[in-house]
Design a protein around this ligand. Structure first.
Ligand code: MN
Ligand code: MN
Length: 474
């Protein structure tokens, strides 16, 4: 090959599947990571369970509650602090040696997923079948939730404040629940409708019973279900009013393909990034220069509203608490400077290109399955509207950061111009003035009951976050 040719080759940006860039050791590490991730998915089917599992792992790694440090009165470099925010959002801090106002390194993910929530008065009976009414949460394609095995998870709070944990559908001998669908023989009218008209939210009522109580008059099946709920959980119909019960797909996270190259599971948006984020802060190693931080926020799928969502002040409030514990004389000013000087990876999944559904992406700017963690410079839709657009200065440093630790990464837009798009928590963190960019795993079938991600992309997401925490930021 001529010298001129090779010089030109060096100017080109080339891509190769991650598997083909890995040696035997990398492959082993990827498989080991995937195994841990599969268990995490099974332990974390709701935001509460995800928060609980993240905190359990954090405690095992030496993180202590911020309440413990508040009693102690101070934190010092190397201390590991967690915040359990109402059991549904989590913050982890690893205190660095630099002053807080130099800024933190933040990886921010979310732990809520699209699903079906039980309505506050869910239970009813129709023609001797007992059902629960649901109101779907987040952006779903409704038809995907019919005729698949479903589980119920959640918390019921009794009037005296006692919490009752409900979990039915994933135990080895558990029954499951299901939303029925019309048989093809009687669907001539249904199949010519628009999909959005054929499947209605008010029809998403899973079956929960069919055996009437003997000798009971009227709604005898519902009565039997209530009796079962009382015996199993000590809850009555009125207790549904103070409950958060969620319908999620039943079944475990699985490997996909003869070669087991991918992972299939409910809730990979955004538990693939949540798991990568906590694993990265656990493994980043000491000493931290800048304080490291992981945020696992709730309510991202419905706009980040509410007191556990990223639009609430909980993260800011806890960071002021941290500033006090770090001995800042003006904690409020130190926090403002800290947030403005922070760097953040908004850790969320992106839409990988799906060869079965062409025309969704500009293929020169798409994110591909198996090609590594994706940096998404901007989100938004129709002219970047509503998007957070990352600064190229920050992206330049990230390229260096990732390349130093052999992170395989790609740039990707969410989809082609004017098709759609999606937001993450990036813009809310950018509101503080910090540098933020979306950085996460490409997935297929996002928001479906069984989403797909490639093992090496999940592993590269973890490696990217770990490299970010380790990098010597100016
Ligand atoms: Mn997401
Ligand atoms: Mn989502």
């Amino acid at each position: 090959m001529s010298e001129t040719k090779s010089q030109v080759e060096n100017l080109k940006l080339t891509f190769k599947p991650v598997w083909q860039q890995m040696d035997e050791i990398d492959v082993k590490a990827t498989e080991a990571y995937a195994k841990e991730y599969l268990s995490f998915l099974d332990a974390a089917k709701t935001e509460r369970l995800c928060a609980k599992e993240a905190l359990r792992q954090a405690e095992a790694k030496g993180f202590k509650s911020i309440d413990y440090y508040r009693e102690k009165g101070a934190v010092k470099p190397g201390d590991k602090v967690y915040v359990n925010h109402r059991g549904k959002a989590v913050i982890l801090y690893e205190i660095g040696s630099e002053p807080l106002e130099n800024g933190m390194l933040i990886v921010g993910a979310h732990l809520d997923c699209p699903r079906l929530d039980l309505k506050p008065m869910p239970l009813y009976e129709d023609h001797d079948i007992a059902y629960v009414k649901t109101h779907y949460y987040g952006g779903i394609k409704k038809y995907q939730w019919f005729t698949i095995p479903l589980a119920i998870y959640g918390s019921v709070f009794k009037k005296d404040g006692t919490e009752v944990n409900v979990a039915v559908g994933d135990g080895p001998d558990d029954p499951v629940f299901v939303i029925s669908d019309l048989l093809p023989h009687l669907s001539q009218e249904m199949v010519v409708k628009k999909v959005s008209d054929a499947f209605k939210g008010e029809a998403m009522n899973p079956i929960v019973g069919s055996r009437p109580l003997p000798d009971e008059e009227g709604d005898a099946v519902k009565a039997a279900v209530l009796k079962w709920l009382d015996e199993a959980y000590g809850i009555s119909e009125a207790d549904f009013a103070s409950a958060e019960l969620e319908i999620v797909p039943a079944g475990h996270a699985r490997e996909i393909g003869f070669d087991r190259g991918m992972i299939g599971a409910f809730g990979q948006d955004d538990r693939v990034c949540s798991f990568a984020a906590i694993s990265a802060i656990f493994d980043a190693g000491t000493p931290a220069g800048k304080t490291r931080c992981v945020i696992l926020a709730d309510k991202e799928e419905i706009g980040s509203y509410g007191n556990t969502g990223m639009q609430s002040r909980f993260f800011e409030n806890e960071t002021v608490e941290l500033a006090v514990l770090m001995g800042e004389h003006s904690a409020s000013l130190a926090t403002r400077r800290c947030l403005a000087n922070s760097k953040c990876l908004s850790a969320d999944v992106t839409a990988g290109y799906d060869p079965n559904f062409t025309g969704t992406h500009d293929l020169t700017n798409a994110s591909f399955i198996g090609y590594g963690v994706t940096l998404k410079k901007y989100g938004g839709a129709r002219g970047k509207s509503g998007g957070s657009d990352a600064n190229p200065e920050f992206l330049a440093a990230l390229r260096d950061c990732f390349d130093r630790e052999d992170v395989v990464w790609q740039m990707g837009e969410m989809g082609r111009i004017d098709l759609g798009g999606g937001g993450t928590i990036a813009y809310m963190l950018a509101n503080y003035g910090m540098d933020v960019v979306d950085c996460g795993t490409p997935v297929l079938s996002m928001h479906a009951p069984f989403e797909q991600a490639a093992k090496p992309d999940a592993f590269m997401t973890y490696k990217a976050y770990r490299a970010f925490f380790r990098y010597h930021w100016a």
